[in-house]
Design a protein around this ligand. Structure first.
Ligand SMILES: [Zn+2]
Length: 569
């Protein structure tokens, strides 16, 4: 009570009529200090601790030795391989649109399951390295390479004497994500790609070593993703961009000779109905893969495969080594192969992926590897061997996500205790104990108005609705502004005081501790998707609470004292 009385009387003393600047500052100082330190702690944690753990060189693969398989490679399946990435085109659309009918009817088609986080960077990395984001350390967009020294399709191709050409229209990051060697031919520009396409045809094809393809072309088409972000996966704009992509693919098909060349087409993720991707919800991981050309089965739709299976599919086609750190399985089922030939082709990628996979994370089915290898040497069991690689991956992923979920739960429990203790301590001294019941609801009002504003701006608890950092900062600023306005109005109406201000700031911080704990900051693990999205979206609320606290304190000190104030409770 003594503390309450002194706080109230100091508030009175600090009012402009009776107090000077010094006492005014003395009342505000603790609020400003609490606001600044909680804001600084929240910002530091999210920006300097959590975020760096997302794009990271420190994953389960760090320091694990990998070498190319010494199982002999088979000759290339084609003269040249062209791989077109259609960013953001969903399986559903790719399967339905007329413009891709020639590709589907004359080739093999399947669903490709994008890895979480379903961003372009992590999933193109999966295509190029055969590694999921948890493994590669590339989990957000940007020019990121993840774990140092991981092998990739472009380097495997180059080392085998295959010339590598990379073409993207506007997406600069594709050049980096394609991981092309320095000497490769990398060009960019919206019009240039069309022009280059013609010029490239006229150039002599580089000569490769016997048994390998001559050329690997990696082409990026970005318009569908742009349309998805702007207007969503059900929009006419998205449908039109999908048709344009289909026309583009048809054009590529006309340039290639299906008797000699191979065309692969794939997307990296799909889009929400309202647009956006990145989260773990089922509609955004729904990508597709298609193969067309030399040796490819015609008009078949095959069972779904994970994104990381693209990498070894490309290297097998090129006659190049399977990337030595690959954990995917080649999609040999797109080719028309007899059993003996399939076993020959499967031997090298199987040896590489099973050896590396069982080194990184030994699972129950690693015991079956030797038998599968023996069968391949006898010229049989390719489908079983590929299926075993799939099982190993599923066991690895399930083991990792079970462990992650377990750890997240433990951390959430610990974080809840810490948050509660933090709040209890702030109450124990009385200095942040609200002076009225409405004061206890102040942090809740802040959280609700902040969250409701973000919701109105289209945010949901999934990374798919997260915008780019700069855009999100603006939206978070709007949410904070709305919350602040409502808080200040409530503070004025409900006569909140300095202690209500302190409580608002401290409680908002304490409320985030369980979320921060649950998500953690371990680079070798993926945090729970919903909590991760919330950490990024809701953490700025701590800053909003700090501002609100300062505002509440200012109003309290500036307000003329009311004789009956103490009886309001
Ligand atoms: Zn996108």
């Amino acid at each position: 009570m003594a503390a309450e009385r002194s706080a109230r009387s100091s508030a009175r003393r600090a009012s402009p009529r009776s107090g000077g600047a010094a006492s005014f500052a003395r009342v505000l100082a603790p609020v400003a200090l609490v606001a600044a330190s909680t804001s600084a702690a929240a910002t530091f944690w999210v920006m300097r601790v959590v975020l760096p753990a997302w794009n990271t060189p420190h994953t389960i693969l760090e320091g694990v030795v990998h070498a190319p398989s010494d199982t002999p490679r088979q000759p290339a399946l084609a003269r040249r391989v062209t791989f077109v990435v259609v960013d953001g085109l969903s399986f559903e659309h790719a399967r339905a649109i007329e413009e891709l009918a020639p590709l589907r009817d004359e080739g093999a088609f399947r669903q490709l399951v994008a890895h979480y986080p379903t961003y372009t960077g992590p999933n193109i990395t999966a295509m190029m390295t055969g590694l999921s984001p948890r493994e590669s350390g590339v989990r957000l967009n940007g020019v990121e390479t993840g774990v140092p020294g991981i092998d990739d399709v472009a380097h495997a191709a180059w080392d085998a004497g295959v010339f590598v050409r990379v073409r993207s229209r506007t997406y600069a990051e594709f050049d980096a994500l394609a991981r092309a060697p320095r000497q490769a031919d990398v060009k960019r520009g919206r019009l240039q790609v069309v022009f280059d396409w013609e010029v490239d045809r006229a150039r002599p094809t580089p000569t490769a070593r016997p048994g390998t393809a001559t050329l690997l072309e990696l082409i990026y088409f970005g318009d569908v993703d742009e349309a998805g972000h702007r207007e969503g996966a059900r929009s006419e704009r998205y449908a039109k961009a999908a048709r344009d992509a289909g026309h583009y693919v048809q054009r590529v098909m006309r340039e290639l000779d299906p008797a000699e060349d191979l065309l692969f087409v794939a997307s990296d993720h799909a889009h929400r109905t309202a647009g956006g991707h990145g989260g773990a919800e089922p509609d955004v991981d729904d990508a597709f893969f298609a193969a067309w050309g030399r040796g490819v089965r015609r008009g078949v739709e095959l069972p779904a495969r994970p994104m990381r299976d693209v990498a070894s599919t490309i290297t097998v086609a090129l006659g190049a080594r399977t990337p030595s750190s690959n954990l995917g399985a080649p999609m040999l089922d797109v080719f028309d192969l007899d059993e003996a030939r399939a076993a020959e082709l499967a031997a090298e990628p199987f040896d590489q992926a099973s050896r590396f996979g069982c080194t990184v994370h030994p699972t129950a089915s690693c015991a079956d590897v030797e038998a599968a290898r023996a069968a391949l040497h006898r010229g049989a069991g390719a489908a079983d061997a590929i299926a075993l690689l799939g099982t190993l991956a599923v066991q690895r992923d399930a083991g990792a996500s079970d462990r992650e979920a377990d750890d997240a739960l433990k951390r959430a429990a610990a974080g809840t205790s810490v948050g509660a203790l933090f709040l209890a301590l702030s109450q124990a001294g009385g200095f942040a104990r609200p002076r009225s019941r409405s004061g206890y609801l102040a942090p809740l009002l802040l959280a609700v108005t902040y969250a409701a504003t973000l919701f109105a701006l289209g945010y949901r608890p999934t990374l798919s609705t997260m915008r780019q950092t700069e855009d999100f900062m603006i939206d978070a600023g709007k949410a904070a502004g709305v919350a602040l306005a409502i808080m200040l109005f409530a503070a004025w109406r409900l006569r909140w005081g300095v202690r209500d201000a302190l409580f608002t700031s401290l409680a908002a911080f304490a409320a985030m501790i369980p979320f921060w704990s649950m998500v953690g900051a371990s680079p070798s693990a993926l945090g729970p998707p919903v909590a991760s999205a919330l950490v990024f979206m809701v953490s700025p609320m701590v800053l909003a609470a700090g501002l609100a606290a300062i505002g509440i304190a200012l109003i309290a000190t500036a307000r003329p004292p009311r004789a009956s104030a103490g009886h309001g409770r």
